[in-house]
Design a protein around this ligand. Structure first.
Ligand SMILES: NC(=O)c1ccc[n+]([C@@H]2O[C@H](COP(=O)([O-])OP(=O)(O)OC[C@H]3O[C@@H](n4cnc5c(N)ncnc54)[C@H](OP(=O)(O)O)[C@@H]3O)[C@@H](O)[C@H]2O)c1
Length: 268
């Protein structure tokens, strides 16, 4: 049996590489000729199809849909006549609800929504999964197969995926953005990029080691750095004033969550 990846762009490429690294069978259905050429060049033994009629659907177990929301209806309409009850459809598409896929697909295939982030490439993705009805055997298999890419978090309500998409799908970009702001400040204060990057890396390494300690509490770590009457206390006063930074983050994440819901509505 093989998994079929439909769409091999930013995220698809990472999934493809992850499967190959783990020596799992995978083939690709991709419309973009340039992308297909690159796959063939890099992974000569991966079967790469331009059309659904070329796929041996009896050999497929997971169908992983990894295209932009705008292309998702077209993908489903192209594959629906090939889908059957043995297939497990995993949709990575932001905002696309399982009930919408089931409505489009018409067959009895199991439909799941899965939301990883780009750290799936280093097995560090917190990945949320939702399925309306799913037997335990398939659930365990998904947990095992995708648990190798990080943590799997099964959510009971599909709307939680919208939050997860906003928080952890986008999470890497938020953290990279914060770090890019720090990088800019460091450079503005006369340090070259190389020194700034090294210092930021050590900062992150230290933070990660601290978080990994037993019974970790953020407030304890903050207290350790911000001694009374010291410099950090002054900096923190600015950041925490009227909960401004917290509110800004909350607003950003809620705004991304709202966008996920808007995409859902549009696709219904
Ligand atoms: N990027 C992330 O970090 C991330 C994280 C979690 C979830 N997601 C979700 O993953 C999905 C894919 O995102 P992405 O950034 O990887 O998109 P992307 O880079 O646009 O990749 C999608 C690929 O699918 C191809 N395609 C379009 N229609 C197709 C069809 N009918 N059959 C086969 N292939 C088709 C596209 O070709 P063309 O370029 O020629 O259209 C493109 O190569 C999105 O729904 C996104 O919400 C992304």
């Amino acid at each position: 049996m093989t998994s079929l990846l439909i769409g091999c762009g930013n995220l698809g490429k990472i999934i493809l590489e992850g499967f190959i690294k783990k020596k799992r069978k995978i083939s690709v259905l991709e419309k973009n000729i340039k992308v297909r050429k690159n796959i063939k060049k890099k992974f000569s033994n991966v079967e790469c199809f331009s059309d659904q009629s070329q796929v041996n659907w009896n050999k497929v177990n997971y169908i992983m849909i990894c295209v932009k929301p705008k292309d998702s209806k077209k993908v489903v309409s192209e594959i629906k006549n090939y889908c059957n009850k043995n297939h497990v459809i995993l949709s990575f598409v932001a905002g696309l609800q399982t009930k919408t896929i089931s409505k489009w697909i018409t067959s009895k295939s199991s439909v799941l929504r899965i939301m990883p982030n780009i750290f799936i490439s280093s097995n560090n993705s917190s990945t949320a999964v939702y399925a309306d009805k799913l037997n335990r055997k398939i659930k365990n298999k998904i947990s095992k197969d995708f648990g190798e890419f990080g943590d799997i978090i099964w959510v009971e309500k599909e709307e939680k995926i919208d939050f997860f998409t906003a928080m952890f799908g986008g999470g890497p970009a938020y953290l990279f953005y914060i770090l890019s702001c720090l990088n800019k400040i460091i450079k503005k204060n006369g340090f070259p990029e190389s020194e700034s990057l090294s210092a930021i890396k050590l900062l992150l390494k230290g933070v990660l080691e601290d978080i990994n300690k037993k019974n970790y509490k953020f407030s304890d770590s903050i207290q350790t750095v911000a001694s009374k009457g010291g410099t950090t206390e002054e900096g923190l006063k600015v950041l925490s004033q009227r909960d401004n930074l917290f509110k800004l983050f909350e607003k950003a994440i809620m705004s991304a969550e709202k966008k996920s819901k808007i995409i859902s509505k549009k696709l219904e």
